[in-house]
Ligand binder design. Structure first.
Ligand SMILES: C[S@@+](CC[C@H](N)C(=O)[O-])C[C@H]1O[C@@H](n2cnc3c(N)ncnc32)[C@H](O)[C@@H]1O
Length: 351
């Protein structure tokens, strides 16, 4: 414990990933004309860009999920055991985790007093960006927790396991779950969760799917939600966030077009799934300098970028069930016919 009242150990950080390794990944991906979403968050600029986007008026997606968590956290905490530790994957600034940890610490301290035990909870923020891990640890400086941060990709989870103390609440917050292929992320979690562990994620969802255009009312809601998504995802702020890693490597703003659309993909289990699709069209020959390496893109080249799934609640339920998860509790935000709604899901692995 720290020396001054109300301050505690800052926590150590273990690095499984360096800036140099991320730069090498940027080069390798761009060579294949790909820019996956995780590379948007690299470096000091990546961290600042995300924080600016999250705070911007035109991109309320992750911010509204915080409001939902704020409103539901005391109800949520009743579903968690008082000795539950917390691991957050893609922690970002860690402000949502702070909300949960305040509640968990309170519950743990009450139960510890009743049971006459002394147990500090563990907190493990994980992010590919060291700045975010530092920020997340700073955010809980005043809370009595055993803190250990990890700099690494989500794929590092199996390697981390030897550092972790169950029971764990695995959190993936800020709509990040929707940036992964569900089969990939749920398989990874299934392979790592212990029977007593739980999984919490949030998502901005659609109220109805366009595949069920059963009434003109449904169709109207779908069109309004589509408009909201297009406005948020094509906003100037989001376009800057998406292209900034290339602008930093020397791409001129007049040398490309950023295209964002909403497409349907067919899924065997859920029917039509809504997904954002992003591309960069190179308009004139461009040379990028990535560390010591140079890449040349010819006019007409197309760089494929990351995506976000836009699920309906029914689709999420089907996906979780098929991937071996049982939903324990969901919390939904107020339905807004313009912008869809927000959902918080607490689940466990089916044994
Ligand atoms: C959409 S932001 C959400 C941040 C935060 N959880 C929130 O709710 O505001 C995604 C976060 O995940 C991190 N991230 C993205 N892809 C990752 C990956 N493959 N492995 C580890 N972290 C990742 C980013 O650096 C960023 O902090």
């Amino acid at each position: 414990m720290g020396g001054e009242p109300g301050t505690f150990e800052p926590g150590e950080i273990i690095e499984f990933l360096t800036e140099t390794a991320l730069k090498a990944k940027l080069y390798e991906n761009l060579k294949k004309y790909e820019l996956p979403d995780y590379l948007l968050y690299m470096g000091a600029e990546g961290a600042n860009n995300w924080l600016a986007l999250d705070a911007s008026r035109t991109f309320p997606v992750a911010r509204n999920l915080k409001t939902l968590l704020e409103a539901k956290r005391s109800a949520l905490i009743t579903y968690l055991p008082s000795n539950m530790n917390l691991l957050s994957v893609g922690v970002g600034s860690g402000e949502k985790e702070r909300l949960l940890l305040e509640e968990l610490v309170r519950k743990n301290s009450i139960d510890s007093r009743i049971l006459g035990r002394k147990k500090l909870l563990h907190y493990y923020p994980l992010d590919l960006n060291r700045r975010f891990v530092e920020l997340a640890l700073e955010k809980v400086q005043d809370l009595p927790l055993l803190k250990k941060g990890f700099v690494g990709l989500v794929e590092t989870l199996p390697t981390l396991k030897k550092h972790l103390h169950p029971p764990l609440l695995y959190c993936i917050l800020g709509n990040t779950f929707c940036n992964y292929e569900p089969t990939f992320i749920l398989k990874l979690l299934r392979e790592n969760l212990e029977p007593e562990d739980l999984f919490l994620f949030d998502a901005h969802i659609l109220s109805s799917s366009s595949s069920s255009f059963s009434s003109s009312e449904t169709a109207k809601v779908c069109r309004a939600e589509e408009r909201f998504l297009l406005e948020a995802y094509t906003s100037k702020e989001n376009a800057f966030f998406n292209t900034s890693p290339l602008l930093r490597q020397g791409l001129e703003s007049k040398a490309f077009d950023f295209e964002l659309g909403l497409v349907f993909v067919e899924s065997e289990f859920t029917g039509r799934l809504y997904k954002t699709k992003k591309k960069l069209h190179i308009l004139k020959e461009t040379q990028l300098q990535i560390g010591a390496k140079t890449l040349v893109f010819k006019k007409g080249a197309v760089i494929r970028m990351g995506f976000t799934y836009k699920y309906t609640f029914d689709q999420l339920q089907i996906i979780l069930k098929i991937q071996g998860f049982e939903i324990l509790k969901t919390f939904q935000g107020n339905f807004d016919s313009r912008s869809g709604t927000n959902l918080l899901v607490l689940a466990k692995k089916k044994i």
